[in-house]
Design a protein around this ligand. Structure first.
Ligand code: PLP
Length: 343
């Protein structure tokens, strides 16, 4: 056993606190597929109200909320426009094609952003029978593979206008939208111009399981059938929803601490010769490229031998993520580990 187990792989590794577990234990529950779990209902309406949306749908994962949204917005053969780094494109098991028969046209920059010009360039000509019909624009905020990039409301509004100028639906993969909101000082209701929003409770918010899909009443009514079809209808799900309600009430503002820790790590990396490049550190992620004879896996195993876990994304790039279970002892161990690495 290691003296320390410092887990910087993802903000999904957090364990529920005693207070969260108590809230889960105390939750009134029912059969949510039959429509009578009061805690699930309360989470869905709480999340919807926060974002100024009409309705919400509690789902097992952010992959499912995204996949349901795509399925409701699109028909087989349609195209979705997104960043080439998008989670829906890179990390959902080909679900866009498998679940909905939809294909992707991607563009944008190295930080996971797309711009209005990308939409105007990627959208297919409506009257051309050779082309797949463009149907949906998906943006991700913060952008995970881009390095936790916050897109900012002005860009999100411009993308909305561009999408609507072509009659496209507009979905937000907001797995980490609270990180963006806390960084920018936005209000959740500032995001209500989206047609649909997916938020994750099990990332920085620290719940063990769950995501909520938000949209109009009609959209959510359709989404509910798709959730059932995808096998995501859950019974006494109120125990899980209670953790989400607790997280929304208590774990949003503290995300600023995760951002401060990430900025500190980024600062350490800026002083290490073997670090060749860092993506801008805007929220709770640090993505960096190193030069080492063993590549990124060499640094990963050096740290692993010290009880510190990070992710090597490929031969050169590594990822460090901060979250509410990162302690000052973990931070110190990471700092020492990074400095003792012999590339
Ligand atoms: C984590 C994540 C999701 C959803 O992931 P699940 O593990 O299925 O909950 C979706 N989008 C982004 C950007 C993510 O980081």
């Amino acid at each position: 056993m290691f003296l320390i187990d410092a887990d910087f792989r993802s903000d999904t590794v957090t364990r529920p606190s005693a207070e969260m577990l108590a809230a889960m234990h105390a939750a009134p529950v029912g059969d949510d597929v039959l429509g009578d779990d009061p805690t699930v209902k309360s989470l869905e309406s709480n999340a919807a109200e926060r974002f100024g949306m009409e309705a919400g749908l509690f789902c097992p994962s952010g992959t499912m909320t995204n996949q349901i949204a795509i399925n409701v917005h699109c028909r087989p053969g349609d195209e979705v426009i997104c960043s080439s780094l998008a989670h829906i494109y890179n990390y959902e098991g080909g679900g866009v094609a498998f679940n909905s028969g939809v294909q992707v046209r991607s563009g944008g920059d190295a930080y996971g952003r797309i711009f209005p010009d990308d939409i105007h360039r990627l959208v297919q000509p409506e009257m051309d029978v050779h082309a797949a019909p463009s149907r949906l624009v998906v943006v991700e905020n913060t952008a995970n593979k881009g390095g936790g990039t916050s897109l900012g409301l002005p860009l999100l509004h411009e993308l909305h206008a561009a999408a609507k100028s072509h009659g496209l639906a507009y979905h937000l993969d907001g797995a980490r939208v609270f990180n963006a909101i806390v960084r920018e000082g936005d209000r959740t209701e500032d995001y209500r111009f989206f047609d649909s929003i997916s938020i994750c409770l099990s990332k920085g918010l620290g719940a063990p399981v769950g995501s909520v899909l938000l949209g109009s009443r009609d959209f959510i009514a359709q989404a509910k059938r798709v959730r059932k079809r995808f096998g995501g209808g859950m019974r006494q799900a109120g125990y899980l929803a209670a953790a989400g309600l607790y997280a929304l009430a208590h774990h949003v503002d503290r995300l600023v601490e995760d951002h401060e820790k990430a900025a500190e790590i980024d600062q350490w990396l800026s002083q290490l010769d073997y670090v060749l490049e860092r993506k801008p550190c805007e929220t709770n992620m640090v993505l960096f490229r190193i030069e080492a004879s063993g590549g990124a896996p060499a640094l990963q195993s050096h740290l692993a031998a010290l009880g510190i876990r990070i992710i090597a994304m490929d031969r050169e790039w590594l990822r460090i993520v901060t979250h509410r279970d990162v302690t000052s002892a973990h931070m110190e161990a990471l700092h020492d580990g990074l400095r003792s690495f012999q590339p």
